[in-house]
Design a binder for this molecule. Structure first.
Ligand SMILES: CC(C)(COP(=O)(O)OP(=O)(O)OC[C@H]1O[C@@H](n2cnc3c(N)ncnc32)[C@H](O)[C@@H]1OP(=O)(O)O)[C@@H](O)C(=O)NCCC(=O)NCCS
Length: 381
């Protein structure tokens, strides 16, 4: 079987594979999918596996920015992993994912995220559970209790605002020292911002994306860098409470809206879990942000059968980190899954008890403080 870049001529076969894997797509959704996918083909972001001329599997590498402790870096978001039904259970998914990981690194991404439909396939190639999209169910009436100051100017936005949206998200996630949130590239934002049935609002330092879902409202994104804007955006959603008694919103686990609510007792949160993988240890460590108070100098050996692995001295101080190759020695031993989970802020004792870290435990507390995070995304892909 050959793995190669997909071309526009392959897209009918990919759509057939998607139908057999994920269900039917309306003609309108097929067209939207084509429009989003075609420009990425020449960038090497869609791989197919072929048995002669027959497409047997496909996977897409989406181009994202992801923040880790407030610092943005390019991230490969893996989506549309599909093996044709008649070829499943023979290792094709694994082979394709190995190629996807190599491709992500070639494209310059040091980290990668995917929302798994099943764990074993992805864990087997180095991804580990890290964060989630947290969808909380809120009462529209309670949201209406959030009073806006009246000082914030909100305007409706459209495709021409894509660059401004990206810029606002950079400000918001930098200021919040966020870990995990992602931002689509401008091209994708301009497609999303053309969605006629979405309600899209922009302020100088915030934005809201929400829509009807039956008789409820679904909030994709409310992000703001100031308290006034945050109130204004949530009040907008709460103002629909006469018709939308319930709102389902993607929020951060410590989202400030949860502290604005006048009432909070039992909460229904649906977590859609995502898995994370470091593709390039040195680049990922350098591109991450860290708490400015954290200091750590630790030797870690990462076992990565696909990307090679190795031993590095991690130096973290003043909010920045570096990883310098050193000879193998006594230090912390991690599978690439373990290192990925550590990078994503999973506590070290969790990793030790689940067998993802072994070896020298002298650095445990320092590593945990340096990589501390509660990663989440507002987006699903
Ligand atoms: C999921 C999918 C891509 C797996 O492809 P595949 O070629 O059958 O996978 P592999 O043969 O390489 O299997 C790799 C591992 O995943 C496990 N696996 C595969 N399909 C599975 C399933 N449906 N449920 C649970 N585990 C599964 C295998 O048992 C194997 O684990 P092991 O190494 O511990 O034995 C394929 O079944 C598919 O296209 N499904 C429909 C679409 C889908 O769910 N895509 C994933 C979106 S995230």
């Amino acid at each position: 079987m050959e793995i190669r870049d997909l071309t526009p001529e392959d897209l009918d076969d990919v759509l057939d594979l998607r139908k057999r894997s994920f269900g039917l797509l309306s003609p309108d959704d097929r067209e939207k999918w084509r429009k989003a996918v075609v420009p990425t083909l020449a960038e090497g972001r869609y791989l197919g596996m072929f048995d002669g001329a027959r497409l047997t599997a496909a996977a897409r590498l989406r181009q994202f920015t992801q923040w880790w402790h407030g610092r943005p870096q390019p991230m490969a978001g893996i989506a549309g992993v599909t093996v044709s039904p008649e070829d499943r259970g023979r290792g094709l998914g694994t082979r394709l994912m190995r190629a996807v990981i190599e491709r992500g690194a070639e494209l310059g991404d040091a980290v990668s995220v995917l929302f798994p439909a099943t764990t074993a396939l992805y864990r087997g190639v180095g991804y580990e559970h890290a964060g989630a999209q947290h969808n909380v169910r809120l009462s529209g009436e309670v949201l209406r209790g959030i009073r806006p100051s009246g000082q914030v100017k909100l305007r409706r936005m459209g495709p021409a605002d894509a660059a401004e949206v990206v810029s606002v998200l950079h400000r918001v996630h930098g200021a919040a020292r966020s870990s995990g949130p992602v931002c689509w590239d401008e091209r994708t934002w301009s497609l999303w911002l053309a969605e006629e049935d979405d309600f899209l609002y922009l302020a100088d330092d915030g934005l809201a994306v929400y829509r009807w879902k039956g008789d409820e409202l679904e909030v994709d994104t409310i992000a703001a860098a100031s308290a006034d804007t945050l109130r204004a955006l949530w009040a907008l959603v709460g103002s629909a409470s006469t018709v939308a008694p319930q709102v389902v919103a993607a929020v951060a686990p410590d989202d400030p809206v949860l502290w604005l609510l006048p009432e909070r007792t039992r909460e229904q949160v649906k977590q859609v879990r995502w898995m994370f993988r470091v593709l390039d240890v040195a680049a990922a460590v350098e591109r991450r942000g860290y708490p400015s108070t954290a200091a750590c100098s630790a030797v870690v050996t990462v076992d990565d059968p696909i990307r090679g692995g190795g031993t590095w001295r991690l130096e973290i101080s003043g909010g920045s980190g570096s990883a310098t190759p050193v000879p193998d020695g006594d230090g912390v031993k991690l599978s690439v899954n373990g290192f990925s989970a550590l990078y994503a802020g999973i506590p070290v004792q969790t990793l030790r008890l689940s067998g993802l870290i072994s070896g020298d435990d002298r650095y445990d507390e320092a590593l945990e403080a340096a990589f501390a995070a509660r990663p989440y995304t507002l987006d699903y892909f």
